[in-house]
Design a protein around this ligand. Structure first.
Ligand SMILES: Nc1ncnc2c1ncn2[C@@H]1O[C@H](COP(=O)(O)OP(=O)(O)OP(=O)(O)O)[C@@H](O)[C@H]1O
Ligand SMILES: [Mg+2]
Length: 248
């Protein structure tokens, strides 16, 4: 579904992302972990088409989309809701910015919100929502783009541990219902293990993928699985890869 081939990027002559390749199959959930500044968001900006790579290509469903935005749903690392727009207004923001919101967009957004527990809040403004709910709205906005491939850059980074657990369960449900292909950035190794089919580990700036690990846990994932021997072994392996990269 997503094929990234040898993309690299420098800023002002200083490499930020070393040549990086990855593939994500349709319906797969893949996480990227790596030290701060290794180029994760830069890679996402390139995949989304917002940023031109210096080299390499990005293909989605076989189509070359390098440097061309509009093919993925992208939730940016600091994805703020527009405070002057309601929950519904925020979910349809993508359409509002590109081609104008139709009645069908509103109906689809309301249905999406309804299905995923935000039905009673369509007319609320962001300031009246909890942090977890704001993140749900931002995710709904990403889903409402209707794209098959979603890039989620640390969507739960600012949430407390307990809210985060609830969001994990919720994201699983949302993803199961949408069948989306997801590439996910997180600093939280537990989160990566719990949510992913595969975890890719990046080295320090200029980052590239140095290793990957399949997470062989059945779905839907449960809290018990999160502390299972297989999950703990995967976590240990990822942490040791991150540690090895940090000390070489
Ligand atoms: N537009 C830009 N201009 C100049 N430098 C940039 C730009 N965007 C990113 N960088 C630099 O490129 C490097 C990689 O940044 P990036 O945001 O991709 O890292 P990251 O892995 O997402 O980090 P974090 O985990 O902290 O979000 C950093 O050193 C950053 O300062
Ligand atoms: Mg980042």
């Amino acid at each position: 579904m997503l094929a990234v081939n040898g993309v690299s990027r420098a800023f002002d002559g200083a490499p930020a992302l070393a040549p990086t390749s990855l593939n994500v199959a349709a319906g797969e959930f893949v996480s990227l972990v790596g030290p701060s500044g290794c180029g994760k968001s830069t890679l996402f900006n390139v995949i989304s088409g917002l940023l031109e790579p210096d080299a390499g290509s990005v293909r989605i469903a076989g189509r070359d989309v390098t440097g061309r935005p509009g093919s993925v749903g992208y939730m940016l690392q600091k994805d703020l809701l527009a405070p002057w727009r309601t929950v519904l207004g925020n979910i349809v923001l993508g359409a509002a910015l590109t081609r104008g919101v139709t009645a069908a967009d509103r109906a689809a957004a309301a249905e999406l919100a309804e299905r995923h527990g935000l039905g009673g809040f369509l007319d609320h403004y962001p300031h009246a929502l909890s942090g977890g709910m704001r993140q749900r709205v931002a995710l709904m906005r990403t889903l409402a783009t209707g794209r098959d491939v979603l890039l989620l850059d640390e969507p739960f980074g600012a949430l407390d541990a307990q809210t985060r657990l609830g969001m994990h369960r919720w994201l699983q449900e949302v993803r199961a219902a949408s069948g989306s292909t997801v590439l996910f950035v997180t600093h939280d190794v537990d989160e990566a293990v719990f949510l992913s089919d595969r975890v890719l580990v990046m080295g320090p700036r200029p980052g590239a993928i140095v290793d990957e690990l399949a997470i062989d846990l059945p779905r839907p994932r449960t809290l018990e699985m999160a502390t299972s021997e297989a999950a703990v072994a995967a976590k240990r392996r990822i942490l040791s890869l991150l540690h090895a990269e940090a000390t070489t």
